[in-house]
Structure formats: structure tokens, C-alpha cells
Design a binder for this molecule. Structure first.
Ligand code: PLP
Ligand code: LYS
Length: 432
């Protein structure tokens, strides 16, 4: 199995120790399951690694774009995680969970004036400003309120993270941030330092997502620290916080490696400490923003199989009762997933097929080149593994399909609804 929270008993798939076929019967399909114990364990790997390798002050921030709903912010609060938010919607959800916004970092390449006002109304801790226009807007709003707003600046270190092109973000030509290489990073730093109502606490970068490549974060840390040292020597500005973004990859299929987050954080810490010693600067408070590696392997989606279509000499299709509206990642990135027939794991998987959704769209594919048991048919339960990140948070109502619920699993035998299934009435709630 690709993750150790997946096991098999009597030919059935268990997730977090619970029978997925039974859960599908109890809650209906399509169904997002989240393993709460795994989410907490993933948080603890990060919080402990940060404490051990970076020391006090350093901490992980959960990138809540990966999966944003009220319960997840409660868990982050309980686990002592900071959070990264990117919209008033994520902020609103975090506030409803009682999350202290003073611990939140507001990203995005285009915060609206309304976002800025709304987040300041609720005491946002930090803005991660993307560009000069944002600094101007934050300065104007902070001046109006007579406050000094803390900000970090998002910079692009010019690193290729070797991931899907659509989710690489730290290259010089990215839509995000100001490039160190072009001199724009220095310009925006000096501009920010001149603003009376903005307090520059440091710098941020994010190189990309689903990253496995060796030493990407170490190189990013060194480039960012070299920039920080230059700002200190040339302009007397001392960086207090350095946020190295998110991006560690998770295992979707057998050939994906298993990342040892503690070892990775240790390597980044060693690189950062070494660079600071060489450059003669103090080690800033280091932050990282994991999203996928906090929730990815804590998620599993269950579907009911409908039509099975065989086209002799061509290909076979297995259709399920969800699709791109609940998981758009194959359609967007050609992303890989492991699909299992949850109620027939005692049968050999030798029927080659494409697992497809129910939308009126040929690109509505969950996964190609899947092997399932030959007896696959209507009523079987199909599981797609590792769907905890960027599935629910990217879900849509395309073809007027209601979004599935999120059911949380904990303690090996407990389950509860964290997000209820959308109803047909919900679909029309804004229609006038
Ligand atoms: C600024 C920023 N931080 C953090 C993340 C989280 O990345 P991941 O889910 O790959 O850990 C992202 C998304 O890639 C991001 O854009
Ligand atoms: N949504 C992307 C990752 C982008 C992360 C945000 N910068 C995915 O599903 O892989």
C-alpha cells in the first residue's frame, strides 16, 4: 500500500483502521474521508522537527489552500500550527474555528482592498506582500487606522523545482513575487522600508509544489539568506523572519518516494545555519508552509462504480459517481493517483481501464491506465488514495453536482461529519 494508513481485511480496504465499504454505505458516495490522527501526526512531525533543528520561534504554517474547512483550522489551532491564508474566505473559515488571526500569514499575488480591510479588521498577523502595489495598499489602510502593519515580502529566488510546470512558482518569470536576479527584490525592500505604517519583518519564497528534488529548499534558503545579508550590509536592514514556503511532495503512486520530513528539515536547517555563519548574519526565525504534506495522505475519496464500458481493441472505461468536480487534478496537471476497488481487493487487478467521472466532458478523468479486478461493475466501491490535498479545496459544482461531504476518522473506530454533503437546494441557494 502506498501509505500505512491503508490496510486490507477480508478483501476490503480499511482506511485509518475503518472499513471503507461500510463507510460508503453509511455516508453515501462520493465521499471524502480524512484521517484526523494522520493530520495531527503530520503536524507533529513538522512542529517537532522545527523545534529540534531550528530552535524557538521557528515554526510550520499550514498552507490552508490545500484543504480549507472549519474543522481543519480547529485542528491546526490545537496542534500549535501557524496558518497561511490566501483569501477573505479562508480567513472567515479560520475565524469561525476560533483561530487567532494574529498567527496567520496572508499570501496571494493580488489581495483586493476589501481583503486588506477585512483581514486588518480581524487583526491579521502578517501580510506576505507580493508587489509594490500591495505595499502601497497596505500602507494606505494601515495609515487610515493609525497602526503599523507587519509584512514579509515575497521574492523569487530563481529556482526550478522540477515539478509540474503549472505548480512551479519560484522561477524569475513567475507571476508571484519580486525577483532577486532582476534587482526588483531590492527595490521593493527599500520601498517598503520607507513606508511609515508598514513594518518589514522579513522575506518569503515558495519554489513550487509536489517537490521531491534534492536540495531545492536548501538552495532557496541559501539564496534568500545571501539576499538578506546583502540587505544588512548595504542598507542596515536585519531580516527577522525567513519563510521558505511549502512544497514537499507526497506519495500518490508506488514510484513516488517517501519523504522523511524530519530529515529534510534537518538538511534545510544545516544549510541555513551554514549560510548564516559564512555570511556573518544571525539566523532569522525560519518558517515553512506545508500544505500537501500535512493533509495529502490523510485523505481518501470513495465513489460508487456505475457504467463499465469496454471498446474491444481500444480501451475500457469505469465510470464513477463523481469526477473532475471533486478531483480536478488529472484534468489540470495529469496528476497520478492510485485507484483501488475497495470491496474486491482479494481479486487480481488485471482489467486495464480509465477511471472517469460522470461529467459531460471527455477530459473528466480521474486516472488513466488503472488495473482493477475483471469483475468490476455497478455498485462496487472505488477508492482514490491520497486525496486530502487540493481536492475538496479545488472542488466545483460543474454539471450542477453537489460537493461531497468530508467525514473525519479517528481513533480506529470513530467517524463524524466535518462538512455536510451539499443538497440540491444548496445548489440553488444564490439563484434569484
Ligand atoms: C505561497 C505558498 N505557500 C505554501 C504552499 C503549499 O504548498 P504545498 O501544498 O505543496 O506544501 C503553496 C502552494 O503551492 C504556496 O503557493
Ligand atoms: N493546486 C495544486 C498545487 C498548487 C499549490 C498552491 N501554490 C495541486 O493540486 O497540486
Amino acid at each position: 500500500m502506498i501509505c500505512d494508513n491503508l490496510t486490507v481485511s477480508n478483501g476490503r480496504l480499511l482506511f485509518a483502521g475503518q472499513d471503507t465499504v461500510e463507510l460508503a454505505r453509511q455516508y453515501g458516495t462520493p465521499l471524502y474521508l480524512m484521517d484526523e490522527d494522520r493530520i495531527r501526526a503530520n503536524c507533529r512531525v513538522y512542529t517537532e522537527a522545527f523545534r529540534r533543528h531550528f530552535g524557538p520561534g521557528a515554526r510550520p504554517l499550514y498552507a490552508s489552500k490545500a484543504n480549507s474547512f472549519q474543522r481543519i483550522y480547529e485542528i491546526m489551532r490545537e496542534e500549535g500550527m501557524g496558518i497561511d491564508v490566501v483569501s477573505s474566505g479562508e480567513i472567515y473559515t479560520a475565524l469561525r474555528a476560533g483561530y487567532d488571526l494574529g498567527q496567520a500569514y496572508f499570501h496571494s499575488n493580488n489581495k483586493t482592498d476589501e481583503d486588506i480591510r477585512y483581514s486588518m479588521d480581524h487583526g491579521i498577523g502578517y501580510f506576505v506582500a507580493d508587489n509594490v502595489e500591495e505595499i502601497k495598499a497596505i500602507e494606505a489602510e494601515a495609515a487610515r487606522r493609525g497602526i503599523k502593519q507587519r509584512v514579509l515580502l515575497r521574492l523569487t529566488p530563481g529556482i526550478d523545482p522540477h515539478t509540474y510546470e503549472a505548480i512551479a512558482t519560484g522561477k524569475v518569470d513567475s507571476k508571484f513575487g519580486s525577483a532577486i536576479e532582476t534587482g526588483q527584490a531590492e527595490e521593493i525592500t527599500l520601498f517598503t522600508l520607507r513606508q511609515p505604517h508598514v513594518e518589514l519583518v522579513g522575506f518569503h519564497c515558495h519554489v513550487g509544489s509536489q517537490v521531491f528534488a534534492e536540495d531545492v529548499f536548501e538552495r532557496a534558503a541559501v539564496i534568500m539568506l545571501e539576499f538578506a545579508a546583502h540587505m544588512e550590509k548595504a542598507h542596515g536592514y536585519q531580516t527577522r523572519q525567513l519563510d521558505l514556503g511549502g512544497g514537499y511532495g507526497v506519495r500518490y503512486v508506488e514510484y513516488d518516494p517517501v519523504l522523511n520530513v524530519d530529515a529534510k528539515v534537518a538538511q534545510v536547517a544545516a544549510a541555513a545555519k551554514g549560510a548564516c555563519a559564512r555570511l556573518g548574519i544571525a539566523l532569522p526565525e525560519i518558517h515553512m508552509e506545508p500544505g500537501r504534506s500535512i493533509v495529502g495522505d490523510a485523505g481518501l475519496t470513495l465513489y460508487t462504480v456505475g457504467t463499465v464500458k469496454e471498446i474491444p481493441g481500444y480501451k475500457n472505461y469505469v465510470s464513477v459517481d463523481g469526477g473532475m468536480p471533486d478531483n480536478p487534478r488529472f484534468a489540470l496537471y495529469g496528476a497520478s493517483y492510485t485507484c483501488l476497488l475497495a470491496n474486491k481487493l482479494d481479486q487480481p487487478a488485471e482489467f486495464p481501464c480509465s477511471v472517469v467521472g460522470r461529467c459531460c466532458e471527455s477530459g473528466d478523468i480521474i486516472q488513466e491506465h488503472v488495473l482493477l479486478p475483471r469483475s468490476v461493475g455497478r455498485g462496487d466501491i472505488l477508492a482514490v488514495c491520497t486525496t486530502g490535498a487540493y481536492n475538496y479545496s479545488m472542488a466545483s459544482n460543474y454539471n450542477r453536482l453537489p460537493r461531497p461531504p468530508i467525514v473525519m476518522l479517528r481513533g480506529g473506530n470513530e467517524s463524524y461529519v466535518a462538512v455536510r454533503r451539499e443538497s440540491l437546494e444548496d445548489l440553488c441557494r444564490n439563484d434569484l
